[in-house]
Write a protein that binds this ligand. Structure first.
Ligand code: ACO
Length: 437
């Protein structure tokens, strides 16, 4: 690494001419050579704003958490490639890396895991909230409601104090899996199972989900490892829709539970984390329709259909999504070890092949994303389809927390408040109701 890459910052400026005015805008360079024009003074100097619907060309912050190079298919957390983390690290270790900026020592990891293990339980009255929902309520709606409700039990969170946020952070990581498991058991009208602090994070989650009424559950190491890896692969992804939502909500000094609940809501949509559920539903529909993938691809290409190939496409990756590659391989491994044959896996592979050879997808650089294969593994692990996005949320939680924390620790924080270009009516006369037609 050169001295320059170790010290990101302003490396020059660009001059902009607007209506005869010349303004110099600083150019900022990151450690991976990404450059951005700092336009924060543009409006005050020229009265112009930038217009970037979808924010595809806008850097909303600097961040030292995750580097993505969408052309090369690179994803690194704090410099460490996702492939290495998926193979060698655990979800809690990766969570520590994201949130606290470094791989933990053995002692740090043990105490992080121990602290989490002390906070699995939910306040008694928080359990009662589950009764307010219908059995078939979508798990993401319950998840968001339960997480924001946690703020009412820990009201010190209302005074946002990032330096003293550790307890809220471990509470969230612990209670997320309890809430997710309780949602599932409630939908099955089964009694809740409390966590066993002696078990690891993923074993506890599986046990709280699937144990019998007496709390008996024998964890299959294949399942535990696969789920741990899936959580790890989802742990962070830069300024995506839900993470930006967490930052935006947190920038108003809303408490951490409110900011994370906002992230859950943003994740829910099928163009974001909800895609994992949508992929399985799409594969099942194709299967019921006779399994003709070419016919389905034609349907997608018919722009009038409004149908997208779910699990394909990404705002940043224009080559391949490294997480999708890991998951595709893991699908074969995990299903093989579990002795599961899922016809949806064969169908997904056929669909991928046909799409990748099709001009429509080639031109638009559309490749499988993290959601294309994850659902097939989750289903083989026994996770119900409508809980897939909850699994994504559990995985993404450390990333959301890391960004919330980084934002609040960055000097000079401003509330997120984009501008707009108004295109509505100009000054108009108010017409009394009796005269309106
Ligand atoms: N199927 C068919 N066409 C697609 C798809 C798709 N999955 N994705 C993009 N396109 C087309 C668009 O229609 C558009 O075509 P046009 O230029 O002819 O109008 C072009 O490709 C560019 O698409 P955009 O919508 O501009 O791309 P953007 O970066 O805004 O969207 C997104 C990214 C939302 C992920 C999109 O690719 C999509 O909807 N994919 C399917 C849903 C999905 O899998 N989401 C999960 C993403 S990963 C994650 O969030 C965890």
């Amino acid at each position: 690494m050169t001295a320059e890459t170790l010290h990101p910052g302003v490396v020059g400026d660009v001059e902009l001419s607007l209506n005869g005015k010349h303004v110099k805008l600083p150019v900022y360079k990151g450690t991976e050579s990404e450059c951005g024009i700092d336009i924060s003074q543009l409006h005050s100097k020229t009265s112009y704003v930038t217009l970037d619907p979808g924010l595809g060309n806008t850097g909303s912050c600097t961040s030292a958490i995750t580097h993505i190079d969408g052309d090369q298919g690179i994803l690194r957390h704090r410099g460490i490639p996702i492939e290495v983390l998926a193979e060698k690290s655990s979800f809690l270790e990766t969570s520590h890396l994201l949130i606290y900026g470094k791989l933990p020592t053995r002692d740090e990891l043990d105490s992080f895991a121990r602290e989490i293990s002390q906070h699995y339980g939910l306040p008694k009255r928080a359990k009662a909230i589950f009764d307010g929902f219908e059995e078939d309520a979508h798990p993401m709606a319950i998840m968001a409601s339960k997480v924001v409700a946690l703020s009412t039990y820990y009201p010190d969170c209302l005074q946002v104090d990032v330096k003293n946020s550790r307890l809220h952070i471990v509470r969230l990581i612990a209670k997320f899996i309890t809430i997710a498991a309780h949602i599932y058991r409630k939908s099955k009208q089964k009694a809740f199972i409390d966590a066993d602090p002696a078990l690891g994070y993923v074993e506890n989650f599986m046990r709280m989900m699937f144990a019998d009424e007496a709390g008996k559950y024998v964890a299959d190491p294949v399942i535990v490892r696969a789920l741990d890896m899936i959580f790890t692969l989802h742990a962070d992804h830069g300024q995506n829709c839900s993470t930006s939502t967490v930052r935006m909500t947190g920038s108003s000094q809303a408490n951490i539970y409110a900011a994370i609940a906002a992230g859950i809501c943003a994740l829910w949509g099928p163009w974001h984390g909800g895609a994992n559920q949508a992929v399985i539903e799409m594969l099942e529909t194709i299967q019921q329709d006779g399994g003709d993938v070419r016919k389905f691809i034609q349907h997608v290409k018919d722009r009038k259909s409004g149908v997208r190939l779910m699990g394909f496409g990404h705002r940043i990756y224009k080559n391949f999504d490294p997480r999708a590659q890991i998951l595709k391989k893991a699908c074969d491994d995990v299903l093989g070890k579990l002795g599961v044959h899922d016809p949806c896996l064969d169908l997904a592979k056929k669909l991928e092949k046909v799409a990748l050879e099709d001009e429509y997808f080639i031109e638009r650089k559309l490749y499988p994303n993290v959601d294309f294969y994850s659902g097939i593994i989750l289903r083989a692990l026994g996770i119900p389809v409508n809980s897939f996005t909850v699994i994504f949320a559990i995985g993404r939680l450390p990333g959301w927390i890391a960004h919330w924390k980084e934002m609040l620790e960055t000097p000079g924080l401003k509330i997120y408040r984009p501008r707009q270009i108004y295109v509505g009516p100009t000054l108009s006369r108010y017409i009394p109701i009796k005269d309106r037609t």
